[in-house]
Design a protein around this ligand. Structure first.
Ligand SMILES: Nc1nc2c(c(=O)[nH]1)N[C@H]1C(S)=C(S)[C@@H](COP(=O)(O)OP(=O)(O)OC[C@H]3O[C@@H](n4cnc5c(=O)[nH]c(N)nc54)[C@H](O)[C@@H]3O)O[C@H]1N2
Ligand SMILES: Nc1nc2c(c(=O)[nH]1)N[C@H]1C(S)=C(S)[C@@H](COP(=O)(O)OP(=O)(O)OC[C@H]3O[C@@H](n4cnc5c(=O)[nH]c(N)nc54)[C@H](O)[C@@H]3O)O[C@H]1N2
Ligand SMILES: [Mo]
Length: 772
């Protein structure tokens, strides 16, 4: 393999922007969030376009928020503000009237753009026309759409095997685009369909499928209002799912208690001022968590095991703890679980969780007192080596209490990207089930490949090893979202072609194969006209509701295509007359795509009719009904292994998390308002006791190292910020520290990179002095 030059355009520039810190906030949202929403929207467009966008956001006849996958209320919605601060920022980001024209790309070389921060890259506007980087060129240059598809088709058709192409998907792609995309990829002949889910909730899918028979959550929004107890583990809703706070407030008013499990005392878990009420705007706050368990990083399995052990003891003492009627009728494997719990020493579990016995006992009493329990979680549980075990312990607890398949109770993996769940339902999956492939075969008449494809980690390795040569991405920012940035950059540079369907410029456009293409597409907010008729698309939220999304803004350029149209043209150029799919007819009206979905995927009966009912419809969900479609026909208890991390005195466990001003790799601003960290992203949050032991002071500048697999990985120049975080744990922002996440460190069974437990060492940066 030829040696590849690393130019370091793959890493974010190591420049400081001017840190200031203050105490973390005690209440989330309220007036400051409203002010921030408008500031972001009006910074990107005029007030007319801004109001047109915001008034339509999340309305039943409007467009779905491109931010997170939290559901909209089924019933009443606020006519003027059914969105949150971070939804408004996502809309501002997409609906901006700033454009990246051909001149922009002529002025700035790819190398130069690589020296810009992620914040600067995304602030410059929407990509307004297709761009091409020829072999050896320093700049992107304009290209016609016809030229784009010809180039991709030529590269794809030259490959010795379709398995040498990789087709990535991020999670904003609509059901219609996703369905067509997987259809093309499978007719082309491969299942190489890695997606952002591989780095996100894959661990939830694996754990839930095996235990309760469906890889999705079981609760509906209304269950929150019937629940006695809501446990929120490894999730920061104040920033990442702000509208969840309204649901939590309403749940509290209906009598629910909340336990938070998180190494950080996240503001959104502490208290909430509802901006939709006058009192909330004036600062009246609702306290949220009744009990805050500030668990050690990756301390969740010992915590849940300690809870289960104490529940078992209470049951043995004759208290009515377990729901035996449910357990006998609906579950399998309780004996093994109860037997296994005897093997653990309570004191050790408590210590490994990083909590006190008194705190855990308080949680146990709240659990015993509750009939209807919901457990919510996100990346704090899914991005660990033992992530699947984390989630299976969650299921064990719910099953012991009979808290699944009834109102007010169940599993709630809170999804990330707004249509990541829908994309999987549409077949964006490297391991498609046989029934799905059979129905494609039956409907379209070609033989879909059956061999499993590459997930994200496998895809990176395949490109690195030269086994895959064409990389195509439907959205996202593969380079910056994936682990081991320098390794991944080399993988991408190894390709003959990298091509991205995108709305905004990002680092993946700057670290390319020999040739590269950018395909600008319409976003959620844009009006999509096909055949003279305005089209809508459909999406599935975190609770399995499928509904419409219809953009209402004029696209900022006539040279952008809708994602479904991009797939149609790609398929026609690549497959030509060989294709068995009626691409033009499907595209002539999106109803035809939905008919094809209805004909191939269960749960979409009368799709076009039902999705026109305002608010949409729920997909079938066995676990929600107490019907567990597992191999045993019952909900399965599991026995999960548990090996604590052993760290040497100079090693720490680091989590890579989101600040309040970012959407994954898109950086909206430089503040993390709730955590009191302003105007800087290159920070390491650290416990003061650890700082003292390591002789570090607030403001010291350090480099971070990871040595896993005998490779040295380094991320330079981070500022130490003392923070309330358990000892031996650190927090930094993603994607600046992705270079430290080893490619070979991923969750057992789900292969999700371990972005929340990166073993690092800290060294003072020699050249830099204390900066404040
Ligand atoms: N505004 C905004 N919204 C977003 C996103 C965004 O970037 N910005 N991203 C979207 C996407 S794709 C996703 S997947 C979601 C992500 O939503 P989250 O999962 O909330 O995002 P993270 O910032 O990764 O936060 C993880 C939380 O888990 C905690 N945590 C970390 N490790 C552990 C652990 O070992 N145990 C426990 N109990 N807790 C732990 C962290 O302290 C943090 O509070 O948000 C979605 N919504
Ligand atoms: N270290 C670390 N790494 C992580 C995580 C972590 O917590 N820590 N989280 C992981 C998670 S949960 C996820 S989901 C992934 C996210 O991985 P990705 O989904 O790949 O990344 P994003 O940053 O969401 O992608 C942003 C880009 O998507 C494009 N885009 C936006 N809207 C549209 C659209 O409508 N259509 C198209 N075609 N393109 C669009 C824009 O060009 C934008 O630059 O990152 C993962 N990586
Ligand atoms: Mo995600």
């Amino acid at each position: 393999m030829k040696k590849i030059e690393t130019t370091h355009t793959e890493l974010t520039p190591e420049e400081f922007t001017g840190l200031s810190t203050e105490a973390p906030k005690e209440v989330a949202v309220g007036l400051p969030a409203v002010v921030s929403s408008f500031k972001h929207v009006l910074g990107e467009m005029n007030i007319g376009r801004g109001m047109k966008a915001l008034l339509n956001l999340n309305q039943k006849d409007g467009f779905d928020c491109p931010s997170c996958a939290w559901p909209d209320p089924d019933d009443e919605r606020s006519a003027i503000a059914e969105y949150c601060e971070n939804g408004a920022k996502a809309v501002a980001e997409e609906a901006t009237t700033k454009r990246l024209t051909e001149d922009f790309f002529a002025q700035h070389s790819i190398d130069e753009l690589g020296t810009w921060s992620d914040y600067e890259l995304s602030q410059r506007g929407r990509i307004a026309q297709p761009m091409y980087k020829p072999k050896g060129a320093s700049h992107y240059e304009p290209i016609s759409w016809e030229g784009v598809f010809k180039k991709i088709a030529t590269h794809l058709n030259q490959l010795p095997s379709p398995d040498e192409a990789i087709f990535y998907t991020s999670g904003r792609t609509s059901n219609e685009a996703a369905f067509l995309y997987q259809l093309f990829v499978r007719e082309f002949g491969t299942n190489n369909l890695p997606d952002c889910s591989n780095m996100c909730h894959e661990s939830s899918g694996v754990a839930l499928k095996d235990t309760v028979g469906i890889g999705k959550g079981s609760v509906k929004l209304e269950d929150f209002y019937k629940s006695d107890l809501i446990i929120i583990a490894g999730q920061n809703p104040g920033t990442n799912h702000p509208r969840m706070l309204s649901a939590l407030e309403k749940a509290k008013k209906s009598g629910a208690k909340i336990i938070s499990v998180n190494p950080l005392r996240e503001t959104g878990l502490v208290a909430f001022s509802n901006p939709q009420t006058a009192a909330g705007l004036l600062g009246k706050k609702t306290p949220l968590s009744d009990l805050f368990l500030q668990v050690r990083l990756n301390g969740d399995v010992p915590l849940f095991k300690a809870i289960l052990k104490l529940l078992r003891e209470a049951e043995l003492e004759g208290r009515e703890v377990f729901d035996w009627a449910f357990i006998r009728e609906k579950t399998a494997g309780i004996e093994d679980l109860l037997e296994d719990l005897k093997n653990y020493d309570l004191g050790q579990l408590v210590q490994d969780a990083g909590l006190s016995l008194a705190e855990i006992k308080e949680a146990v009493e709240m659990i015993i007192a509750s009939q209807n329990i919901i457990i919510c979680w996100a990346m704090g549980l899914t991005q660990h080596k033992n992530a699947v075990d984390n989630i299976q312990e969650v299921v064990n607890l719910l099953l012991l209490k009979g808290s699944i398949g009834k109102p007010g109770a169940g599993t709630c993996p809170v999804r990330g990207h707004s249509n990541v769940q829908g994309d999987r339902t549409m077949g964006i999956w490297e391991m498609p089930p046989k029934e799905f492939l059979d129905s494609l075969q039956k409907r379209f008449g070609f033989e879909p490949p059956t061999k499993h494809g590459y997930n994200v980690v496998d895809a990176i390795k395949a490109m690195h090893e030269g086994k895959a040569k064409v990389f195509f991405a439907m959205g996202g920012n593969f380079l910056s979202a994936t682990p081991d940035t320098v390794y991944t950059a080399q993988a991408l540079r190894n390709c003959s072609l990298t091509a991205h369907v995108s709305t905004k410029l990002n680092r993946s456009h700057l670290v390319t194969g020999e040739e590269a293409l950018i395909l600008p597409c319409l976003g959620r907010t844009d009006r999509d006209i096909q055949n003279g008729e305005v089209q809508f698309v459909t999406v599935e939220n975190s609770m399995g509701v499928v509904h419409q999304s219809k953009g209402n803004l004029s696209p900022i350029s006539e040279r952008m295509l809708s994602e479904p149209d991009i797939v149609r043209r790609l398929a026609k150029a690549t497959l030509g007359a060989k294709s068995r799919v009626e691409w033009d007819r499907l595209l002539s009206h999106y109803d035809h795509i939905r008919e094809a979905i209805e004909q191939t995927i269960p749960g979409f009966e009368n799709y076009n009719e039902r999705v026109r009912v305002p608010g949409g419809f729920y997909l079938p969900n066995g676990a929600r009904e107490g019907d567990f479609k597992t191999t045993t026909g019952k909900a399965n208890f599991t026995v999960n292994r548990y090996t604590p991390f052993v760290l040497s005195s100079d090693e720490y466990l680091m989590m890579t998390i989101r600040s309040h001003d970012q959407y994954n790799t898109t950086i909206y601003g430089l503040n993390d308002r709730y955590r009191g960290i302003q105007n800087e992203r290159r920070v390491v949050m650290m416990n003061e006791k650890d700082m003292e032991k390591a002789d570090l002071k607030a403001g010291d500048v350090v480099d971070l190292y990871n040595y896993s697999g005998r490779h040295k990985r380094v991320a330079h120049k981070f500022i130490i910020v003392p923070y309330s975080i358990p000892e031996k744990c650190l927090a930094t922002y993603f994607p600046e520290t992705n270079a430290l996440v080893p490619i070979d460190s991923y969750a057992d069974k789900s292969m999700t990179p371990t972005s929340k437990t990166v073993v690092v060492q800290i060294k003072k940066a020699p050249k830099f002095k204390k900066i404040f």
